[in-house]
Structures are given as structure tokens and as C-alpha cells.
Design a binder for this molecule. Structure first.
Ligand code: PEP
Ligand code: MG
Length: 756
């Protein structure tokens, strides 16, 4: 019962238009469900810290928004200060009791207050009061606490944006939204919103030039869906019990009920495009149904949503107008993925913003590789409403500025110019060796995946490819590439770098890298079927890939093969066996190739502990610090909510990194690192001291890292590492590295730790 009440209140609040109506719903529904005479929400004013009487049921409505309590005043202040509920049967006897004159609470004896806490900070207090002197029971207390925990996020969001629902926020004239720095740099351009197909809630608002054409498209889509439903209904007539089958009649009735369709038509006539009109009308009906108490009607919300999606997909299919990309396109989406990048002409793409994800999502890595300033996890951005808007993407601080004022614009234009100047300055290092002042050589390799990376990498003096992410060409297609297609792609990479070595990683899909044509649905994709696990289960995919790599290497002999996501030695043994099989077959077929060096990626904690056993079996190790960090710290690299906890400077991560070097060297094998940490100019100081034989990074970091290497003395780094290894927190590590960077005159190359 309580659960049902909780759900319906949260739904009602989610459907509210703005903060005040949400608060009004909260107080009236809670008073009703808990059967109390009074319910109040106090919200803390961020500046004065006072607790303001914001919404109420049962007291004097005229004082709403007008009276407040000091941060420590009264029982409400006590709840806020203690950050825990206060439950009293005789409130007036409590020493903290303070009477707010005029609101009329003198008759209420029992008091139960719960703090409203979002991301560890108190936003306000939720209170219920009763005339009877009775103590609220445990269930009621638990209910109020649960309610307030659920509402905290909604209230925080509404406060930040002035609205409840991300997709429905209205944006003001100018606004700034906080996200996570995904790829450094500043982009100034125009938003193009990418929409996943057939998602009602994410359709952008857009004005149409031709309402008649939009009306026609809508009518046709509706007809098409009607035909589909009839066909589906006929097909299932004999297979479904009558009850279930009646669903189709419900669908047809919804389609034929002219009311919602005429709402859509009215919106189209008022200038909205058909998809936008459909999405707005359907979403509001869905919300209305979801709010109903009756279970039957609630279920109808799902039907309407489904129907809306069907109509939408027809509209999307008929929308042949290709997306137009302005000269300076900033790609915006609810969840940008690597495969969405392929559609935008590279010379027009200047920046990206994703509402979800974090700096370690693969799309962010790709963005860094391509040098595209990017903000991830901008969760408050009303992305459906900013099509074509002027945006500034600040990839340093993680802010997105919408419709910036002239001052803000000027500021970022000059930052962007400085960036440009810094990069130009670094160009001078291109042909200079990567060595310290006292002559220690540190080979710098690059991570690639796109052909476009190649020319730039060579231009910037890369000494090899430490990680070629083969899944990227897979991601950009509509089916698995054939052996011959793969051979051609790989040959191009190997040729471009020859005689420099190219380390090709076998397919690493799963996690956040789903192939559009090979979907993997899992509860816990990062702990699931990923990397080597997928390819060992599908030797045909693995063998085709390895054969393509081996064939591509003929006459060049600069191929290295690397295995991702290894968590035990059997996986290595099996993979080696398959590689050898492919190699023998090709030799038999007359290919003139040699067996390439084979390596293992260390990116799972188990591999750290078995690094020696792994090293013994292969020719080299390479640490994937992105995944190693995620798995060591149990922090999903893609999750905005825990992004603060993702720290490659965490002492546990640094200890593991040292352990892997020691293990590899004890077996006489070289070890590199190819996660993002290798491209962090400050981290490089300690990675060198740890003994890494090679650093592999995106080519945009290459000259920055080289600049740091050329400005320090290898001799001094051991002392720095010793200091780093004895501190307890990532923040202390960061501070030590910052000091060291200042010491070698490289302060300007410090980057936000989040991106490490
Ligand atoms: C890593 O995990 O550090 C790595 C290099 O692989 P990816 O980022 O592609 O998962
Ligand atoms: Mg990885």
C-alpha cells in the first residue's frame, strides 16, 4: 500500500510543470496518504541558508514563501542540522521549539520532520504535524524518510533548471549547465540534437516550413500503424486468448479516438513539426494515465507509449530530409555513442555534449582522440529544446553555455585562441626526441581506431601504435565486416606506420560498446559478456579477425596482437591456441607471414595479481588503466552519479600499476600503459619512475606529454614517486603532482584530474 502511494506521488511530482506545483503536490498528497492535518516543505535558501516555508497543506497559505527560519532555528533547523528525522509527540515541550507567528501551528502537538538531502547536502525539510499528541509510528517515519529521499533529486533538478522534467525544461534567454569535462578545449558553435529512433521523450522541438506536408506525413503514419495493428491482430487471433487479444481493439480504439489526433493536428497547424507535435501530445497523455490510481488505466499508459512509438517510427522513416550540419556543429544527445559520430562530417564537428555518461565513456575517449572538446553527463540540459541554439562547450570545466552573452562569448574566444597558440608552440617539439634532460628515453606511442588518427599521429612523432581499437571500424558499420574488408582496413593501418609497430587489439565489444547489429542486453554489462569473453565464445569472429590481421601484415612484419579483458590464464591459452591455428592455416595456404608478438591487457584486478603468470605466456603486457580503475574502485566508468569517485590517482590504482611493472620485468617482458592515464602530462612523471617501457596515448596528448618529459630529470622522478606512494588519497597525489609540474615549469599543461 505504502509502496503504491510512494510510486504515485513520485509520478505525480515528475509530471508537474514547475518546482512550486511539484511542492504543492508533495504536501497535499503526503497529508492525504499519511492522514495528517499538516504537511510542509521548507527549502534551504542557498545564499542565506535560511529554511523557507515553501509549500504547505493545513496552515496559513498566505505566508507561503514569506516566512523562514534561521539555519539552526526551531525543530526544522534541528532536523536540518542533525541530518536525521525528528519525531516528537509534544513538540512544544522540546527546547528547540520555536513558534513561527502567524502560520497557525500552535494547535499541533505531534511533529515528524525528515531532512531532504541531495548529494550529501541538505536542501530542505519535510514536516508532518498532528493535533493529537501521538507519536508517529515507525512505519510513518520510514515512509517520510523514503519519500524525502526520492524527492530530493527531483527538487534539486527543478531548482537547478526551474523545471521538473529534463525533456520538458524551458530554457531561459541564456543559461549554463554543469556536466563533466570529457575532452579538453573550447568549442563555439551551433547545437545539432541527435535523437535515438522512436523515443518519444527525446524528440526535439522544431518549427516546420511546410505544415501541410507535416499533416500529410502524420495522417499517413497513422494509417500505416492502423494497418500494422490489424495485420498483427489477425495473425495472433488464433494464438492469443480472447482477453489478451482484446488489446488490439484497445489500440485501434485509441487510434480512432479523434481527440488526441486532433491535438496533434492543432500543434502542427500552429507550426510545430509532426514528430514534435506527436511527442508532446503523446507524452502528456502518457503522464496523465500514469498518474491514475486505477491499475487498468495505468497500464494503458504503456499502450499509448507503444502506439506513439509506432507512429513516430513511421514519421522518422518518412523524414527523408537529411540532417543539416552547420559549419560549426556541436553534437548534442541524451546518450551520445561512438557510432553516432560517424554521421557528422569531421570538418564540421567542433564540440559534443552528452546528457549521460562520464569522462571515461568510450565516446569521450574517442572525442579526446579526435580533439573535439566535449562535456559529458550534463544531466540538467534540456537537450530537446536547444536545436540550432548557440552553444559554448567548455571541455576544461565541464560547462555548457547556452546562448552566451557577449562577455562570456568574448572570454571563451580568447581561451580558444590561447589554446591554439599553446598547440602551435608545442608543434616545435614534433621532431625532437622524447627524452628527459638527463637523457632517459621514453617511447611515446599512440592509440588509434580511425584512419584519420594516423596521419596526425605520424606527424606528431609517434613511435608506434600501442592500441588500435579494432572495434571502432566495427562500430561504424551495419554488420560484421568480412575478413577481406577487415584485411584492407588493417593493412592500411600497418602500411601507414611501417616499419613502426602497430598493436592491434582483438575485438573489445560489450560494456558500453554495443554493436548496433549485435546487441547484448545485460543487467551488468561491464561485468558481463565483454572483450575476450565474447570472442572466445565466437571463435569464428575471433579467427576471421586474426586471419585478417595476419594477412594484412604480410611483408610488413610490424603487427602485434593484444587481448582485452583477460581475467584468467586459460583465456590467454585458448586465445594463443586460436592465433596459432590461424597462423598455421595461413602458412599452409602460402602466406608469407611471421608470428607476431602477442600481449595481454591488464585491466581487471585479477590480472594484476596474476601478472607474472600472464607475462610468462606472452611477449608483452599493456595496462588498460581505464578499465582497471573502474574495476578496482567498483565505479562504472560510464555513470555520471559516481563520476566523482573515479580516480586514476587513487593509491590503490597506483599501487597496482607499480605491481604490474615489477611482475612483467621479473619475467623479462616489456610493459606499457595504454589507458587515458598515459596521456595525462602530470601522471607521466610517475609512470616513468615506475618503470613503464612505453606510454600509449591519443595523439592530441602526445606533444604535451613530450613537453613534460623534455623538461624533467629522470633522476628526480624516483623521489617524487616515493612521495606519491606513501600518501593515502587521490587528492594528495594530485597535489604532489601539481607541485612537481610547477617545479618543472609545466603548470599550464595541468589538466582536470577527472579526465585522467
Ligand atoms: C582501458 O581500459 O584502459 C583501455 C585502454 O581500453 P578501453 O578504454 O578501450 O576499454
Ligand atoms: Mg579497456
Amino acid at each position: 500500500m505504502m509502496l503504491e502511494a510512494l510510486r504515485s506521488i513520485v509520478q505525480a511530482v515528475n509530471a508537474a510543470g514547475d518546482l512550486q506545483s511539484a511542492l504543492d503536490i508533495i504536501v497535499s498528497r503526503i497529508a492525504e496518504v499519511m492522514n495528517t492535518e499538516v504537511c510542509t516543505v521548507y527549502l534551504r535558501d542557498p545564499d542565506s541558508k535560511r529554511l523557507i516555508f515553501m509549500a504547505n497543506q493545513g496552515l496559513n497559505p498566505e505566508l507561503i514563501g514569506k516566512v523562514s527560519l534561521g539555519p539552526d532555528e526551531g525543530l526544522v533547523g534541528l532536523v536540518a542540522r542533525r541530518e536525521e528525522p525528528v519525531n516528537l509527540d509534544h513538540a512544544e515541550k522540546h527546547p528547540n521549539f520555536l513558534f513561527l507567528p502567524g502560520i497557525g501551528e500552535e494547535h499541533y502537538h505531534s511533529f515528524l520532520g525528515a531532512p531532504i538531502i541531495h548529494q550529501r547536502s541538505v536542501m530542505g525539510v519535510l514536516v508532518v504535524q498532528q493535533k493529537d499528541s501521538r507519536r508517529f509510528d515507525e512505519d510513518e517515519e520510514a515512509f517520510l524518510v523514503t519519500m524525502s529521499a526520492q524527492l530530493a533529486g527531483v527538487i534539486a533538478h527543478a531548482r537547478a533548471t526551474g523545471s521538473i522534467n529534463t525533456a520538458q525544461n524551458t530554457v531561459g534567454a541564456t543559461a549554463s549547465f554543469k556536466g563533466i569535462a570529457g575532452a579538453t578545449g573550447v568549442a563555439i558553435g551551433q547545437a545539432v540534437v541527435i535523437v535515438p529512433l522512436a523515443e518519444l521523450h527525446s524528440v526535439p522541438r522544431r518549427q516546420s516550413d511546410d505544415p501541410q506536408a507535416e499533416l500529410k506525413a502524420f495522417a499517413e503514419a497513422l494509417d500505416a500503424v492502423r494497418v500494422d495493428i490489424r495485420a498483427l491482430s489477425d495473425k495472433l487471433l488464433t494464438q492469443l486468448p480472447a482477453d489478451e487479444h482484446a488489446l488490439f481493439d484497445v489500440y485501434l480504439r485509441i487510434i480512432d479516438d479523434g481527440a488526441w489526433a486532433s491535438e496533434v493536428v492543432a500543434k502542427i497547424e500552429a507550426g510545430e513539426w509532426a514528430q514534435g507535435a506527436l511527442s508532446q501530445v503523446m507524452s502528456s497523455h502518457v503522464r496523465a494515465f500514469e498518474m491514475m490510481e486505477d491499475a487498468y488505466f495505468k497500464e494503458r499508459a504503456t499502450d499509448i507509449k507503444d502506439l506513439g512509438r509506432r507512429v513516430l517510427s513511421y514519421l522518422q522513416a518518412s523524414d527523408v530530409e537529411p540532417t543539416e550540419y552547420p559549419e560549426k556543429t556541436i553534437l548534442v544527445g541524451e546518450e551520445l555513442t561512438a557510432s553516432m559520430l560517424g554521421d557528422v562530417p569531421r570538418d564540421r564537428l567542433v564540440g559534443m555534449v552528452s546528457v549521460r555518461g562520464s569522462s571515461n565513456s568510450h565516446v569521450a575517449i574517442l572525442a579526446r582522440a579526435m580533439g573535439i572538446p566535449t562535456v559529458m553527463g550534463a544531466s540538467d540540459l534540456p537537450y530537446t529544446q536547444i536545436e540550432n541554439a548557440n552553444l559554448i562547450v567548455d571541455g576544461y570545466s565541464g560547462y555548457v553555455h547556452y546562448n552566451p552573452t557577449a562577455d562570456v562569448y568574448e572570454h571563451f574566444r580568447s581561451v580558444s585562441e590561447e589554446d591554439h597558440a599553446l598547440n602551435q608552440g608545442l608543434e616545435a617539439l614534433r621532431d625532437l626526441p622524447s627524452e628527459t634532460l638527463d637523457g632517459h628515453r621514453m617511447p611515446l606511442w599512440v592509440n588509434t581506431g580511425l584512419m584519420a588518427d594516423v596521419a596526425r599521429s605520424l606527424d606528431r612523432g609517434a613511435e608506434g601504435v600501442g592500441l588500435y581499437r579494432t572495434e571502432i571500424p566495427f562500430l561504424l558499420r551495419e554488420r560484421f565486416p568480412s575478413e577481406e574488408e577487415q584485411r584492407i582496413i588493417y593493412r592500411e593501418q600497418l602500411l601507414a606506420f611501417a616499419p613502426l609497430p602497430v598493436t592491434m587489439r582483438t575485438l573489445d565489444i560489450g560494456g558500453d560498446k554495443a554493436l548496433p547489429y549485435f546487441p547484448i542486453e545485460e543487467e551488468n554489462p561491464f561485468l558481463g559478456w565483454r572483450g575476450i569473453r565474447v570472442t572466445l565464445d565466437h571463435p569464428e569472429i575471433f579467427l576471421v579477425q586474426v586471419r585478417a590481421m595476419l594477412k594484412a601484415s604480410e611483408g610488413l612484419n610490424n603487427l602485434r596482437i593484444m587481448l582485452p579483458m583477460i581475467s584468467n590464464v586459460q583465456e590467454v591459452d585458448e586465445a594463443l591456441e586460436l592465433v596459432r591455428r590461424a597462423f598455421d592455416e595461413l602458412l599452409e595456404d602460402g602466406w608469407d607471414i611471421s608470428l607476431p608478438p602477442i600481449g595481454v591487457m591488464v585491466e581487471v584486478p585479477a590480472a594484476v595479481y596474476q601478472a607474472r603468470q600472464l607475462a610468462r605466456r606472452v611477449d608483452f603486457l599493456s595496462v588498460g588503466s581505464n578499465d582497471l580503475t573502474q574495476y578496482l574502485l567498483a565505479v562504472d566508468r560510464n555513470n555520471t552519479r559516481v563520476a566523482d569517485l573515479y580516480h586514476a590517482y587513487h593509491p590503490a590504482v597506483l599501487n597496482s600499476l607499480q605491481q604490474v611493472v615489477d611482475a612483467a620485468h621479473a619475467e623479462g617482458k616489456p610493459v606499457g600503459i595504454c589507458g587515458e592515464l598515459a596521456g595525462d602530462p602530470a601522471a607521466v612523471l610517475i609512470l616513468m619512475a615506475m618503470g613503464y617501457d612505453m606510454l600509449s596515448m591519443n595523439d592530441n596528448s602526445l606533444l604535451r606529454v613530450k613537453a613534460v618529459i623534455r623538461s624533467c630529470r629522470f633522476e628526480d622522478l624516483q623521489g617524487l614517486l616515493d612521495g606519491v606512494m606513501v600518501v593515502d588519497t587521490a587528492d594528495e597525489v594530485k597535489a604532489l603532482l601539481r607541485k612537481a609540474m610547477i617545479g618543472v615549469g609545466m603548470e599550464r599543461l595541468l589538466q582536470p584530474i577527472g579526465s585522467a
